[in-house]
Unconditional design. Structure first.
Length: 177
């Protein structure tokens, strides 16, 4: 499929699209990626949360990896999100990885996940990263497929736990940028 996918800075124009994305993620039960509870995304939400995102992007939160957040859009349609963490903290190495990406469920299987990762890895490189760690639940076959398609080299598989997924196996892949 030919997409016009772009990764853009978070902006007020796409807040309602982001809310729809979060609704779809909750309806599908995909909460391990931590979408925002949709009922909290009201008129003041963007300005209220901006300092939180700005501080992370500037690396101002002690002990928390510097992180950059983007929204993925195709023309005026909100598609998904992309996050890049440029520090290799213990949490990045053993849990969340350098990269996070997600597509709204109504758009799964159309090539958007592959495209978000492609654009996102270019962003990671532009942020002076030489390699990125992608961590993925052993059960997440579509993401494993995409990561391997993008040249991910399996480093190992470790035991992991979080409140949403419980005990699970986590694959760790490195991608050279
Ligand atoms: C993972 C995710 C981003 C994929 O998005 P998507 O837009 O559906 O991805 P694409 O359409 O680009 O690609 C899906 C690929 O998975 C493949 N796939 C689907 N189900 C599969 C399965 N059970 N086993 C192996 N491959 C599978 C598809 O064939 C396709 O590959 P192809 O294009 O080479 O044929 C999306 O499911 C998502 O947002 N999930 C929730 C968040 C998440 O898991 N993020 C990744 C965290 S590591």
């Amino acid at each position: 499929m030919k997409t016009m996918l772009e990764l853009i800075q978070r902006c007020p124009e796409f807040v309602s699209g982001y809310r729809e994305y979060c609704r779809e993620m909750y309806a599908k039960g995909v909460t391990y990626f931590r979408p925002t509870p949709p009922e909290t995304i009201d008129e003041g939400w963007f300005q209220r949360t901006k300092p939180w995102y700005d501080q992370r992007e500037q690396g101002l939160v002690p002990g928390v990896a510097r992180s950059y957040h983007y929204w993925a859009v195709d023309k005026d349609r909100f598609i998904g999100e992309f996050q890049c963490r440029t520090d290799f903290t213990e949490k990045v190495l053993n849990d969340i990885g350098s990269i996070g990406y997600a597509v709204r469920p109504s758009e799964w299987g159309k090539g958007y996940g592959t495209e978000i990762l492609r654009h996102g890895l270019a962003i990671a490189k532009s942020l002076s990263m030489e390699k990125a760690l992608l961590t993925v639940n052993e059960e997440n076959k579509p993401s494993i497929h995409i990561i391997e398609k993008r040249g991910g080299i399996l480093s190992d598989t470790i035991d992991a736990y979080n409140e949403v997924e419980g005990d699970h196996l986590l694959r760790r892949y490195w991608i050279t940028l």
